[in-house]
Design a protein around this ligand. Structure first.
Ligand code: IMO
Ligand code: MG
Length: 421
């Protein structure tokens, strides 16, 4: 048995939560492999809406095992709040949720460093979610981090204090006022809460599942264009959001990667700073934001919106080895007279369909126009009923990218999903 992977192919917020929740019916094990509470995965079912930040999106499916992998960074306070609000819906959390001992902890001072360094960058800020993600991964690769397994060791308070002191010295370079004790008591209480969970060697657990032929679904956070290596650096997150990150973030070999589900919106959004070649600044962009309810699930910030970018999508597909495309929020495009997709970029005299090293430098997308459809896609439940104009759009994308669109999502609910096998 292999590990199937679900990934975002754009700048995050593609709809990974809905799709993982949907696919979780077929997988007994769901595992998050990177990112942390910067993620906001929205789920809708039975008139309930829920946003998950750290907990895998299989938590609402009875009997599913959910794993937080070693590649994830955890803020204990956010984790506890999230688990308690899931429990308040009558859903048991502790039985079905396990955490890798190798996952790193976000300290209160990591969040302060995130805020101070963004503040110092001024207009060049990344637009971070300010959850302490970057500083925590810096300490991980700098070999100073504290891992979940460390909370079981007797020397944990000393390790915490040593790292906190390091952070306080580091913060001296910034002109930034803060209270180093802020949030510490709650953080320690939340650490006690985490001790009630099964803290495991997740790599062995996953290996055992594979041996027993249990199906595993790895759930990505963010998207390919926010990847630390391949995204629009430095306007990226601090982890490997591409398929390779699933292997390093859970501890299974590349030879065990099965299906790779690549999720994309039928248009594009981005939250935070950084290049966005197909961004719209006009009333059509505003309409996409309104109809698509494009406001951040984690920070509430309005998302930037624009047309689908096939240059970027093809790049994301080759980086990830996508086997199945999943198109989200197609219904948001209902009623547009013309729908556009970028097929190449022009920069100076050069036209190219490659995603360049520097996407900020005077790039002009070349668009192909499609006739819109005047039909309410959100009510459609069968592929045969999808309008001709919409299917022309879908088939063009499949041909251009060379991968089939196997799921089309036409709204936030579980039943607004068309499977094309
Ligand atoms: P999900 O999983 C969209 C963006 C931030 C910022 C940049 C770096 O819901 O798709 P960070 O806090 O990681 O240091 O911020 O990355 N970002 C996201 N944008 N969806 C996300 O997650 C994101 N997680 C981070 O807005 O531009
Ligand atoms: Mg999100």
């Amino acid at each position: 048995m292999n590990v199937d992977v679900v990934l975002g192919l754009q700048w995050g917020d593609e709809g990974k939560g809905k799709i993982v929740d949907y696919l979780a019916q077929r997988y007994p094990v769901i595992a998050r492999f990177q990112g942390g509470p910067n993620a906001g995965h929205s789920l809708h079912f039975e008139n309930t809406s829920f946003v998950l930040h750290s907990v895998p999106s299989g938590i609402f499916r009875k009997g599913t095992v959910n794993i937080i992998g070693n590649g994830v960074v955890i803020d204990p306070v956010i984790f506890r709040e999230e688990c308690q609000s899931i429990e308040s819906l009558g859903i048991p959390v502790k039985e079905g949720l396990m955490i890798s001992k190798r996952a790193h902890l976000i300290l209160p001072t990591h969040r302060i460093i995130d805020a101070a360094s963004e503040h110092a960058k001024g207009s060049l800020k990344i637009g971070s979610t300010l959850k302490g993600i970057g500083p925590t991964y810096m300490d991980k690769t700098g070999r100073n981090g504290i891992r979940v397994g460390d909370i079981l060791a007797p020397g944990f308070p000393e390790r915490f204090n040593a790292l906190k002191s390091k952070h306080i010295s580091f913060l001296q370079q910034f002109d930034y006022t803060y209270d180093p004790e802020e949030g510490e008591a709650r953080w320690m209480e939340a650490i006690d809460y985490i001790r009630q969970y099964r803290l495991i060697d997740a790599e062995y657990y996953i290996h055992q599942c594979l041996k027993e032929n249990k199906r595993i679904l790895a759930e990505g956070a963010q998207g390919a264009l926010l990847d630390i290596d391949f995204g629009s650096y430095p306007y990226v997150t601090s982890s490997s959001t591409t398929c390779a990150g699933a292997c390093t973030g859970l501890g299974f070999p590349p030879s065990k990667v099965g299906k790779v589900y690549g999720i994309f919106k039928a248009y594009c959004t981005r939250v935070g700073s950084g290049p966005f070649p197909t961004e719209l600044f006009d009333s059509e962009g505003e309409l996409l934001r309104e109809k698509g309810k494009e406001f951040g699930a984690t920070t509430g910030r309005p998302r930037r919106t624009g047309w689908l970018d096939l240059v970027a999508l093809k790049y994301a597909v080759i980086l990830n080895g996508v086997t199945d495309l999943i198109m989200m929020k197609a219904d948001v495009l209902d009623g547009f007279e013309t729908v556009k997709v970028a097929t190449s970029y022009v920069s100076g005299n050069l036209e190219s369909d490659r995603f360049p090293f520097d996407t900020d430098a005077g790039i002009h997308p070349v668009y192909k126009d499609f006739r819109g459809w005047n039909k309410n896609l959100s009510l459609i439940r069968r592929e045969e009923e999808l309008p001709y104009e919409f299917m022309t759009y879908v088939r063009y994308i499949e041909d251009a990218v060379g991968v089939p669109v196997s799921i089309i999502s036409l709204g936030p609910d579980r039943d607004q999903t068309i499977i094309r096998d």
